[in-house]
Design a protein around this ligand. Structure first.
Ligand SMILES: Cc1ncc(COP(=O)(O)O)c(C=O)c1O
Length: 386
């Protein structure tokens, strides 16, 4: 077998797993309490710990990030049209549709790959009620300019920070920007509860509304005050989250080092660029490492690199291909036209998310980079070429 090929598949990520003994200790507490869901002790403790860790004023836990985002739109009473990005996971525009809101796709910035704040204003109509930005791959949107636009037009701002756990701008937790921020705690995320999510927000009045909305609108035994949903995080999810929190810092440090190796190995390769790191970001989420491959300069397309990596047992992902604006349910929208989204349509054919998780070794990363570099006709083949 080729020297560079991995014996076992190297996925884009692997869940962070606490020692089973530590998890069992927490589960024992759940068992002793005989309380499995509905705002139990683990839930309360996780909310408290996340409020501190994320440096936010309020946290409301949910059973997943998608339901959290649907509930966020409900709580702010968004309607009509909401401006968002097409370069994101399916959940982002879908939560708008589930709220009867029309997603309006705005083009993205080629360097940050986030919604292009300079194009938002031209998309506002009398129907617009909000902006739904995504801090894609953990790199923040231009929160200052977006807030300024929202204030001038009386719009609400929601951020999908599914990838941006613990990211900070000038030491301020990312969950403090906009009206509400959503975090996903899916197993693929650095911090996770298996499935799960949370909303963070400054307005204390929202806490009660969100807690009602995620519990069917039940206020007490006698009163149901709004048409809520079941969005509650259960005690087993919360217990897993608390156990994961204990090993999070170590994972952050390991990923930091792997990111350094990736950058060292690929920074001089003509045709490969990285998502722009912003100077204002004082703490990164270390969730993903995404490269862009310019076919003309690199000599080979993103798709070819992706397929070649697969032959070596490296499962990189073409996030976020296809664009949401190309889904059958959205491509009829006027804002989905390719002329409206030239940058997104270019970027989506060039991005590749490479494996990143603490159990990878530095040698693994060097091998992955060697396989990628092997693609470029301008770079001599490394040891053990095909
Ligand atoms: C950008 C983005 N938004 C929303 C979600 C949905 O989160 P969840 O899987 O927790 O429902 C994801 C999911 O992974 C995501 O990547």
């Amino acid at each position: 077998m080729n020297k560079l090929a991995f014996t076992n598949p190297i996925y884009v990520t692997r869940p962070l797993l606490p020692d089973l003994k530590d998890l069992m200790a927490r589960l024992q507490e759940v068992w002793d309490s005989q309380w499995l869901t509905n705002f139990g002790a683990q839930h309360k403790l996780l909310e408290q710990r996340l409020t501190k860790l994320l440096k936010v004023q309020n946290v409301s836990l949910f059973n997943n990030g998608t339901i959290a985002l649907i509930t966020a739109c409900q709580s702010l009473r968004l309607s009509g049209e909401v401006i968002t990005t097409p370069f994101t996971f399916a959940a982002t525009p879908h939560v708008l549709t589930w709220n009867g809101i029309k997603p309006i796709f705005c083009d993205i910035n080629p360097e940050t790959m986030n919604i292009d704040e300079t194009k938002i204003e031209s998309m506002i109509t009398p129907e617009t009620t909000g902006i739904l930005g995504v801090h894609v791959f953990g790199v923040p949107c231009n929160v200052k300019v977006i807030q300024d636009i929202a204030d001038r037009y009386g719009l609400k701002v929601i951020y999908d920070a599914a990838h941006a756990f613990q990211c900070e701008i000038n030491d301020i937790g990312i969950g403090n920007f906009g009206d509400i921020t959503m975090f996903s705690f899916h197993a693929t995320k650095l911090f996770h509860t298996g499935e799960g999510g949370a909303l963070t927000f400054k307005d204390h009045n929202l806490k009660q509304r969100l807690d009602l909305l995620k519990n069917f609108g039940i206020k007490n035994e006698e009163e149901v005050v709004m048409p809520g949903i079941n969005g509650k995080m259960n005690e087993i999810q919360a217990a897993l989250g608390l156990a994961v929190l204990d090993i999070l810092n170590e994972e952050h440090i390991k990923r930091e080092r792997l990111l350094e190796v990736y950058r060292e190995q690929l920074s001089d390769v003509d045709g490969i660029t990285f998502q722009k790191e912003l100077k204002s970001v004082t703490q990164s989420s270390n969730q993903y490492f995404v490269i862009r491959i310019n076919e003309n300069r690199f000599g080979t397309s993103r798709n070819t690199v992706h397929d070649r990596l697969k032959k070596y047992n490296v499962i990189a992902r073409k996030y976020f291909y296809p664009l949401c604006s190309d889904y059958t349910c959205y491509r009829h929208l006027p804002s989905s036209k390719k002329e409206n989204l030239p940058v997104a349509n270019m970027v989506v054919n060039e991005t590749l998310a490479l494996p990143l998780y603490g159990r990878l070794t530095e040698d693994d990363v060097i091998k992955i980079c060697d396989i990628i570099k092997q693609e470029s006709p301008s770079i001599p083949a490394p040891h053990g070429g095909l």
